[in-house]
Design a protein around this ligand. Structure first.
Ligand SMILES: [Zn+2]
Ligand SMILES: [Zn+2]
Length: 186
């Protein structure tokens, strides 16, 4: 089943946000360590919220990451529902339809005056609410590479995505499998 464009965009951005946290924990490299890092992230994943550009906003976004991560690590659907509802409440989500620039009617989940971190959390929660309503939560996945905890959202038609796109995990494993085959053949 296909999701609304804004749902897919929100899921991809949420996964990217969570993976900055995974990277911080795994490699000791946090792409959101600095304000410049957040600005670079926002260039790649634009949000329509107000952007203050200060360190407080950076702290709020960093603090939002574990809460968005919890959408991926929830033990089951009921647990995910609890995370979604908590997040919608905590971010003061107030959905409404909007049409601007080149975009036809789509959902905005927070008011443009709300802080950036609230928009990030609310849009992630609302998009996951879409998955839950379609009983399709299994599209939120953790990378299957053995040493990788990165999250991914599998939007492929046949749900075939297994690896994240942060560390080139798919290629890495393909090369390893190829070498193993070659070694056992010789
Ligand atoms: Zn919009
Ligand atoms: Zn990976």
């Amino acid at each position: 089943m296909a999701y609304a464009h804004d749902t897919e965009v929100a899921l991809v951005a949420a996964a990217a946000l969570v993976n900055t946290l995974v990277s911080a924990e795994r490699d000791d490299h946090d792409p959101l360590a600095t304000r410049a890092g957040l600005d670079a992230f926002l260039t790649e994943y634009p949000y329509s919220a107000r952007i203050d550009g200060d360190d407080r906003e950076l702290r709020e976004v960093r603090a939002m990451r574990p809460r968005v991560h919890a959408l991926w690590t929830a033990a089951d659907k009921d647990a995910a529902v609890a995370v979604v509802n908590d997040l919608l409440r905590a971010t003061n989500a107030r959905p409404y339809l909007s049409r601007h620039d080149e975009w036809d009617w789509h959902l905005h989940v927070t008011d443009p005056t709300q802080p950036l971190a609230e928009q990030m959390g609310a849009e992630a929660a609302m998009a996951v609410a879409d998955l839950i309503r379609a009983d399709d939560l299994q599209r939120l996945r953790i990378c299957e590479a053995p040493d990788c905890e990165a999250v991914l959202v599998d939007l492929s038609r046949n749900r075939s995505r297994r690896f994240c796109d942060t560390g080139n995990c798919g290629n890495r494993l393909n090369v390893a499998a190829y070498r193993a085959r070659k070694a056992s053949a010789s």
